[in-house]
Write a protein that binds this ligand. Sequence first.
Ligand SMILES: NC(=O)C1=CN([C@@H]2O[C@H](COP(=O)(O)OP(=O)(O)OC[C@H]3O[C@@H](n4cnc5c(N)ncnc54)[C@H](OP(=O)(O)O)[C@@H]3O)[C@@H](O)[C@H]2O)C=CC1
Ligand SMILES: CC(=O)[C@@H](O)[C@H](O)COP(=O)(O)O
Ligand SMILES: [Mn+2]
Length: 387
Amino acid sequence: MQSLTILGATGSIGGSTLEVIRRHPERFRVYAVTAFQRWQALLPICLEFKPDYAVVGTEEDATQLRLKLKEQHCLTQVLSGPDSLVAVASAAEVDIVMAAIVGAAGLPPTLAAARAGKRILLANKEALVMAGPLFMTAVREGKACLLPIDSEHNAIFQCLPSEGATAANGVRRLLLTASGGPFRGWDTAALRTVTPEQACAHPNWVMGRKISVDSATLMNKGLEVIEAHWLFGMEPARIEVVVHPQSVIHSMVEYADGSVLAQLGQPDMRTPIANGLAWPQRIDSGVTSLDFTRLAALTFEPADQVTFPCLRLAYAALAAGGSAPAILNAANEVAVAAFLSGHSTFTGIAKTVAAVLNRLPTVALESVAHLLEIDRESRELATQLLS
Ligand SMILES: NC(=O)C1=CN([C@@H]2O[C@H](COP(=O)(O)OP(=O)(O)OC[C@H]3O[C@@H](n4cnc5c(N)ncnc54)[C@H](OP(=O)(O)O)[C@@H]3O)[C@@H](O)[C@H]2O)C=CC1
Ligand SMILES: CC(=O)[C@@H](O)[C@H](O)COP(=O)(O)O
Ligand SMILES: [Mn+2]
């Protein structure tokens, strides 16, 4: 029996994780679940999975949740705040941590899980993008087992030899597939007036609002290029993006002999989640088979980095190195939040990210404290530019 902490249990990835775990009560028990503001959504999760701990954002919300749980005779203890996230991610009782908080808020508990040597199922790509070398050092030093959950990276992980991606084992390039998002084929003029609802209507995947907007700007693919660089130790020039609107092929690895290995499947996150939970074994995820006789054509095209400059900005930040990916990520988080709350335009996202990257110097990352200071500064500048 393996014991699991689910960071971000009330989100889209959190929900899919619980669906897979529900099928395997003999294999997994839930040690802790966390949410931020939606403590009401944590209540039924606690009642069903009976975790030892539940963590919410504030002590006020914790009091409310405690009351409701007591009424139902549920023994789950309720904690609050960022330190409690770190505690449940690194507790000795925990074997596996699902890192599914959205954004930079997920970094401290995920880093704590790495230092504590846990099996980390990494969905929270922003943590790796902002902290790349610091995070990978923590994984190495903590002897953690880092498994990618992001569908593209999980696909690549499945297509790579067990020693990973290096030129020495004959890997020529990694090919990340991109759906192109809901605005594929649109021009910049049309993008100026799109609404959050349009941007969140992903053609193939049902996901949280922040990642849905990132998919629409192609920043998601940019973050994924940086994520692939750190996960697989692959140089940026050998990480390519190809638009594949059907999202059936989740990514590919090309080898020196010209072979291309691809992972295919339904666009359903329960597949990579089950892969991470059971690796190196395979378990039922609840995902149905692909019916090849009913699949329409699988098509491919280049990404439009002129209309969607975020992908280009991410490649540039990766090339610049040091603090640039953290600045890119922080500015993007602020700009996406402004767009989602109606305070900025869709095209304003790329403009804000570019402006913040232009104004702040790229420096070497010295420590996590230094990184968090850069994150704070970048958010401050992005907020100023948007006001
Ligand atoms: N959804 C998907 O299919 C995929 C997602 N990912 C990545 O996984 C991560 C999660 O995405 P997704 O599930 O879609 O996101 P959601 O918005 O659906 O869920 C986010 C979760 O994080 C919690 N949360 C939000 N802000 C904070 C905070 N400041 N402190 C603590 N917890 C917080 C939320 O709590 P509350 O509910 O209380 O707000 C919720 O549990 C992202 O990094 C995303 O890029 C990667 C690949 C696919
Ligand atoms: C499910 C997943 O991993 C998302 O990151 C998804 O890939 C988004 O799709 P696009 O960014 O390709 O539109
Ligand atoms: Mn992805």
